[in-house]
Design a protein around this ligand. Structure first.
Ligand code: DAH
Length: 362
């Protein structure tokens, strides 16, 4: 090709570029010009068969043409993109009458929910919420609760021990919420009326036990507190918690080192078709489900807490929150509480107060 042939080729290619009225067409032109088998590429390849001097002149011209064509393609591309965007913006409309997308909200875990319910019920009865550490010393978890070293109850607790500290003693993960009783007595003087919800730990893991679980503890101490108060308080709580005004509640003699006398508390239930239902199933019904331990605080425990056992007496009880949640909300498997499965949580969880819900409305 002569230089003038090349000029002619350039003008015809520039015209093709200018005529491309979509990005797809422009791309096709680019390939046909500068692609591996493109017209300009072919010319470049042809240079190698020319004389050195002709190769130099034509090579220069070709390079300049290639630059100009590349620029022209780029310019055309920018203008086509701008036009496409403009067309899209003017073609699209937003429908302001569409309902908003549902807002993703979190759910309250059934254990948190049940803790809240306990706080609310006992709060109405005048209880305050007390707290204690998850990592306890031996004194608060055992000794002060009248469980001396070598006491068999220590073995029953499947305790998690921390490594020995400098004094040669070992801290524990609290095996129950009862140590909060001692801490409350140490820091307050009667009258005392507290509940202590929280995490507890035992080295136990099967279908009905997890190494970490939850309890709520209660402690009432005053000069004239007696077993009638204990019974009334527990019966009222059980009925309020399950929302069953005539729920049968039974007190059965038992033993705990920290109370004397001690009682386990059972509530009425029925087992039918493999299902457990809580409630009053009439005179003849004799199905009971144990839900907590209770008793009159042992005088030794009062003394360990720094309270004069000749002047004061009180009652205490403790129960497992996880099991209460399973019973009340029909959750069949304890272990699912701790699976951190969001699908499970949106099924069994609770919509937080203040968030509009389909069921509760605004
Ligand atoms: N701490 C006991 C446990 O974990 C439960 C308990 C029983 C707590 C009797 C009490 C009580 O306060 O009086 O099994």
């Amino acid at each position: 090709m002569t230089p003038s042939d090349l000029t002619e080729l350039e003008s015809s290619l520039l015209a093709e570029i200018a005529a491309a009225d979509s990005l797809e067409k422009l791309e096709a032109v680019r390939v046909s010009v500068l692609g591996r088998k493109g017209k300009i590429t072919e010319q470049m390849k042809g240079l190698s068969s020319l004389e050195p001097s002709a190769r130099k002149t034509l090579g220069q011209i070709l390079n300049q043409i290639k630059d100009r064509l590349t620029k022209a393609i780029k310019t055309q591309q920018i203008s086509l993109e701008a036009t496409e965007l403009k067309n899209r913006i003017s073609g699209e409309t937003s429908d302001v009458t569409l309902p908003p997308r549902p807002r993703k909200i979190g759910h309250i875990h059934p254990i948190s929910q049940v803790m809240e319910e306990c706080v609310e019920i006992f709060g109405e009865m005048g209880f305050l919420v007390a707290e204690g550490p998850d990592i306890e010393d031996d004194f608060h978890n055992f000794t002060a609760l009248n469980i001396p070293p070598e006491h068999p109850a220590r073995q029953m607790h499947d305790t998690f021990y921390l490594p020995e500290n400098d004094e040669g003693s070992r801290l524990v993960l609290r095996t129950h919420t009862s140590p909060v009783q001692i801490r409350t007595m140490e820091n307050n003087s009667p009258p005392i009326r507290i509940i202590a919800p929280g995490r507890t730990y035992r080295s136990d893991s099967d279908a009905t036990h997890t190494p970490m679980f939850h309890q709520v503890e209660a402690l009432v101490i005053d000069e004239t507190t007696h077993m009638g108060h204990l019974k009334g308080c527990i019966i009222d709580f059980c009925r309020a918690f399950f929302g069953i005004p005539d729920l049968p509640v039974r007190f059965r003699p038992s033993h705990f080192p920290f109370t004397e006398p001690s009682m386990e508390v059972d509530i009425g239930c029925i087992r039918a078709d493999g299902e457990l239902k809580i409630g009053n199933f009439g005179e003849g019904a004799d199905n009971w489900l144990e839900i907590m331990g209770s008793g009159m605080v042992h005088p030794k425990v009062l003394e360990y807490g720094g309270i004069d056992s000749n002047k004061y007496q009180g009652f205490a009880f403790g129960m497992g929150i996880d099991r209460l949640a399973m019973l009340k909300y029909g959750i069949p498997d304890l272990r699912t509480f701790f699976d951190t499965d969001l699908r499970w949580l949106s099924h069994y969880g609770f919509v937080p107060l203040g968030v509009p819900s389909m069921i509760r409305g605004l």
